[in-house]
Design a binder for this molecule. Structure first.
Ligand SMILES: Nc1ncnc2c1ncn2[C@@H]1O[C@H](COP(=O)(O)OP(=O)(O)O)[C@@H](O)[C@H]1O
Ligand SMILES: [Mg+2]
Length: 236
């Protein structure tokens, strides 16, 4: 198994917000974590990427225990978190942002090649490569944030609501980018989405998180057929 969370418990100011969850992401899989606002999805990602300490539980990546490591060492093992806030550097150009995405890599020769390839795959970014990142549209900034994560050459991408706040056309484009990344690079993805329809279209498997507990899990097909999912997340 590429990635595994075992019995993760997380508190914020004495309140238990993640209540003993376990989940797995295999090599090449897109796995979605579905849940309403406040369910504990972002908290789970923050713990994985070392931004928040868990109360108990274990996180394993490629046979190595990675809970309680610094965010930098989590990046180094190959896990990149694209937060919902799309943390790009607004006053730097698109190109500079992409180069910064690779700053922890040692293989500088490959970085240049990867950057060229990436720009071919992301024509929107290529057209705007000299533009200040902060002047891009919301959707373009999301694409840039994902592209920066790809420049880090990660094995597991953690995406926190990538479609949030985007127009229907950009939601489609982001969806296509996510599935292309998974197919072409065989990058594994843990995808958080409130757009459950999109999440189940992109994912192979999924987990449903409700007030800190996983209440349902299965293949995307099983979840799409589930009465609970239909009622609670797909509007009947
Ligand atoms: N920095 C924080 N301090 C205190 N409570 C927090 C903090 N971040 C999140 N929480 C609480 O933790 C719970 C889970 O939040 P979160 O993980 O952001 O949910 P989701 O991403 O599923 O919407 C919520 O009740 C939220 O209010
Ligand atoms: Mg969240």
């Amino acid at each position: 198994m590429l990635f595994e969370i075992k019995n993760l418990v997380v508190h914020y100011e004495g309140a238990e917000v993640v209540k003993g969850i376990s989940l797995e992401v295999d090599e090449g899989e897109v796995v979605t974590l579905i849940g309403s606002n406040g369910a504990g999805k972002t908290t789970t990602l923050r713990v994985i990427s070392g931004l928040k300490s868990p109360t108990s539980g274990e996180i394993w990546f490629q046979g190595q225990r990675i809970d309680r490591q610094t965010p930098q060492s989590v990046v180094k093992v190959g896990i990149i978190h694209v937060p919902q806030s799309r943390e790009i550097f607004p006053y730097m150009s698109v190109l500079e942002n992409l180069r910064l995405g690779a700053f922890l890599r040692k293989d500088k020769d490959n970085v240049k090649k990867d950057l060229e390839n990436l720009l071919e795959n992301f024509p929107r970014l290529k057209q705007r490569s000299r533009q200040q990142a902060g002047t891009l549209s919301g959707g373009e900034q999301q694409i840039l944030a994902i592209a920066c994560a790809l420049m880090a050459n990660s094995k597991l991408l953690l995406l926190d609501e990538p479609s949030c706040g985007l127009s229907p056309i950009m939601v489609q484009e982001i969806g296509k980018i996510i599935s292309d990344i998974n197919r072409q690079r065989s990058t594994s993805i843990l995808l958080i989405e409130q757009n459950v329809r999109l999440a189940l279209k992109l994912a192979h498997r999924g987990y449903v998180l409700e007030t800190g507990k996983i209440v349902l899990q299965g293949t995307a097909e099983e979840l799409t057929r589930s009465e609970h999912i239909k009622k609670a997340y797909l509007g009947g």
